[in-house]
Every structure is written in C-alpha cells, then in structure tokens.
Design a binder for this molecule. Structure first.
Ligand code: URA
Length: 276
C-alpha cells in the first residue's frame, strides 16, 4: 500500500496548483465573500446528527410529488412550483414568477435566471438540460460552445433563433456544472412544462438524455430514444416530440453527428406539414 507524503512547507502546492485543482473539481465560482468552516459550525453538525423527520402528511387528493427521496422542504417546493406554474397566463408572467421563486436552491448560486431565447411564436422548441457558465453569465440558453453547434444544427433545417425557441429543464446553472439532483429537477419541472404549454410548438425537440427522460417520461437511454417520435401531452394538446443528441455530446463524440443529421431531417419533414 502506498503512503501519502506529509505536506510540508517545501512540498506544499502553490496557489496556482490549488486553483487548478479546484477548477478541475468544478469549483469555479465563489459563493460568499468569507469562507465558512462547516466542520466547526455546531448548528450544522447537530442538524446532521439529528434523526430524519417522518414525512409530513399530504393534503387529501394531492398528487404524490415525485419518485425521488423528497424531504418535506422539497415536497413543499414541488407543490408550490406546480401550483404557481399551473395558473401563470403568459411567458412574461412565467419569467417573472421564476425571478421571484425561491423554492430551488440553484437560484442562490446562479448569477441569473436563464429563461429562454428565440421566438415564442416559433413552430419548434428545443429543450436542453441546464445552463452552463456562459449561459449563466449572459442569461441566455445555449450561447457557449454547445450553443454554437446547436445554432448550426438549427441552421441545417433552415431555421435560426428568430424561428426557433430554446429553453432548458432547469433555468439556473448548477454550481460547477454538476448534474442537477432529482429533487432540483422535480422542482423545476412544472415551470418548463408550463413554458412548453404556453409556447405551444408543433414540434418539441429534447436535447440529450436528461431532458428526454424527464419530459418524455421514458427511462430508456438516448441511443434508444433518439430519432423516435413521442406524444407530448400538455394537458390541452398533444405535441409531436422527438429526442436527439445534446450538442455537448456531439462535440465530445462527433461520430454521432451523422445520426443527429438523420434526426434533423425527420424534424424538417415534420415541419413541412401545415401548422396545426
Ligand atoms: N447545455 C444545456 O443543456 N443548456 C444550455 O443552455 C447550455 C448547455
């Protein structure tokens, strides 16, 4: 078994090495001016050692909130998101609602809300997973490297951001681009569902596995779901939906661009049909 050498002033990492380590670990933004030593915070330590609380009773007739291990706080946030999103009459009102919604912890670490880009009258809507660093800084979805590829994919079917609408399941950047938790996804889900209902596109395109699985209610992976047509029921209308690869995945695995191209051809064909 190898032993770790003790850190001495001579072999201690430099500040640059430490920062490089943090960056690689996904720690790329400061959350507060002062560091918090959570190991010496007696409140946090006693809360962590307290036994778990039993789940709160649900109001009669309420729909169970999720297949996740939602604690009472999460459950309340999901219910309040559902209730708020359900009655929001317009996209502007939905954006304002999200600006004021405090039920998702991601909002606290994100720079700003990333609501949508493109034309809300468009016949086609693309939905990704969650904003990254560039999107968080600009407040617009898909403006980084994968966004440039998405623009080219959209251009391949003769459209651009004036004739397509783009959003994400999660409208706040998870810190360090980590995967959103199932609880965060469940809290944000009613908002993207309402956004889809309000945009009411003729074709919905889910980009990559997470948005496909959550919106199209499938457990199958993107290799099986891509290129397949699904029915997406908004509650007032059934929309044709199709999954394709996330552009970030295509940047890492360009060999799949050929299949993405086939999906785009199918989408273009669907758009040839008259608006419904
Ligand atoms: N990836 C996404 O899923 N969404 C964005 O907005 C950017 C990158």
């Amino acid at each position: 078994m190898s032993r770790q050498a003790a850190v001495t002033p001579e072999n201690a990492p430099t500040v640059q090495q430490l920062l490089a380590f943090y960056l690689e670990a996904g720690v790329d933004c400061a959350l507060a001016e002062e560091p918090i030593d959570r190991l010496s915070d007696s409140e946090l330590i006693s809360a962590a050692s307290r036994p778990a609380q039993p789940p709160t009773a649900r109001p009669a007739g309420a729909i169970p909130v999720a297949r996740t291990e939602a604690g009472p706080g999460t459950e309340a946030a999901i219910l309040s998101a559902r209730e708020a999103a359900r009655t929001t009459p317009t996209l502007d009102a939905l954006r304002a609602l999200l600006e004021n919604f405090d039920g998702c912890a991601l909002k606290a670490t994100a720079t700003r809300l990333v609501f949508a880009d493109g034309n809300p009258q468009a016949r086609i809507m693309f939905v990704g997973e969650a904003p990254g660093r560039e999107e968080d800084l600009e407040g617009l979805p898909f403006v980084g490297r994968s966004g440039k590829l998405l623009d080219r994919m959209i251009a391949a079917i003769g459209l651009d951001r004036t004739s397509a609408y783009i959003a994400n399941v999660i409208p706040w950047r998870p810190p360090g681009n980590r995967t959103p938790t199932p609880q965060e996804t469940q809290i944000c889900l009613p908002f993207i569902q309402r956004q889809i209902e309000l945009v009411n596109p003729d074709v919905l395109v889910t980009l990559g596995n997470p948005s496909t699985q959550i919106l199209l209610e499938t457990r199958e992976g993107i290799m099986k779901t891509r290129g397949r047509w699904f029915d997406y029921n908004t509650g007032t209308r059934v929309i044709r939906a199709i999954a394709t690869f996330h552009p970030a995945y295509l940047l890492r695995s360009p060999g799949y661009k050929r299949m993405a191209w086939q999906d785009l051809r199918a989408i273009a064909k669907a758009l040839e049909q008259p608006a419904s």
